[in-house]
Design a protein around this ligand. Structure first.
Ligand code: ADP
Length: 295
């Protein structure tokens, strides 16, 4: 089995559905409220575990009930949470208001995620034994850089999702092997809207890039081979939340199994296409047999 470590965030998403979001000072009656375990780190960990990886998660949940639920959710998909800390205080949350048009307004409060500022005891050793380290930008950037540097020291592949888009700490891209932005993140990093040209620009900083393009699939570029596009399977999407995390988690598993890159990307696209056909984020992520059947 491919050993994968995810160094990343856990959030409880508090999702409120309303006809129209309230203006400042206004009260509206909503239609529906749900708590949905998430965070990009946890979502990538769940996606990779369901895709057949042996996954460990490094990060933190709070000492509240949400923390217990987040840990249980990861464990239920087979993610090892031995090095997922419980920090005194609240878990990270994302307050999400979705209006009738499907437009989101989101407030993220990092909570326990903010306590993860560097690697703790035993964490470098765990990373050293992995095939890939998956990173995103929802933890303090000092921890992301610390993790990526540790992986590089041990020759472990680092896969970075640069989300949410923000300026990167100097040196992070220098220890990134594979960068997986969506088209908006690629544009934010480079100032270039065209994904082909953005990928070219990013190759000056990282050896390999996959830019995801939603229903239009993805674009692979590397310093070693000509760029190529991978289509997304034509499906009816009902909820694209978590598509990128499903894609990246599955891609890490496929690369660990030494699937050739083009095959690995098709397999990851099949996983993401399954995710978007069902409502939810982590709950809609497919298990291995489904991905194998669909690809
Ligand atoms: P993110 O979720 O990070 O914004 P994207 O929207 O680019 O990322 O989606 C990631 C991947 O998920 C795409 O490259 C594609 O393979 C798949 N995907 C996303 N939306 C769809 C869709 N409507 N139909 C099929 N596949 C999709």
């Amino acid at each position: 089995m491919t050993a994968i470590v995810v160094l990343g965030s856990t959030h409880m998403d508090l999702v409120t559905r309303v006809a129209r979001a309230p203006k400042p000072g206004e009260t509206v009656t909503g239609r529906d409220f749900r708590t949905v375990p998430g965070g990009k780190g946890a979502n990538q960990a769940i996606a990779a575990a369901r895709a057949g990886g042996e996954v460990s998660m490094i990060g933190a949940v709070g000492s509240d009930g949400f923390g217990t639920l987040l840990r249980q959710t990861l464990a239920a998909s087979g993610v090892d949470t031995d090095l997922l800390h419980t920090a005194a205080g609240p878990s990270g949350i994302a307050g999400v208001v979705v209006d009738a048009e499907g437009a989101n307004s989101i407030v993220v409060i990092p909570g326990a995620n903010g306590t993860v500022t560097s690697l703790g005891p035993g964490e470098e050793a765990l990373i050293a034994g992995a095939d890939s380290l998956l990173l995103q930008l929802e933890l303090p950037l000092s921890a992301v850089l610390d993790g990526a540097s540790a992986a590089r020291r041990h020759g472990v592949r680092t896969i970075l999702t640069p989300a949410p888009a923000q300026p990167l700490p100097p040196g992070l891209l220098a220890v990134t092997d594979l960068l997986v932005p969506n088209e908006h993140e690629a544009a934010a990093l480079t100032g270039i809207a065209d994904p082909h040209r953005a990928a070219e620009a990013l190759l000056r900083q990282v050896p390999e890039v996959v830019i995801t393009l939603g229903a239009a699939g993805s674009l692979h570029a590397s310093r070693d081979s000509p760029p190529f596009a991978v289509p997304a399977p034509p499906v009816t999407a009902v909820d694209t939340t978590g598509a990128g995390d499903t894609f990246t988690g599955a891609l890490a598993v496929a690369l660990g199994e030494e699937k050739p890159i083009e095959r690995a990307l098709h397999w990851a696209a099949a996983a993401a296409a399954l995710c978007v056909q069902r409502p939810g984020a982590s709950t809609s992520m497919p298990y291995r047999p489904e991905i194998d059947n669909a690809s």
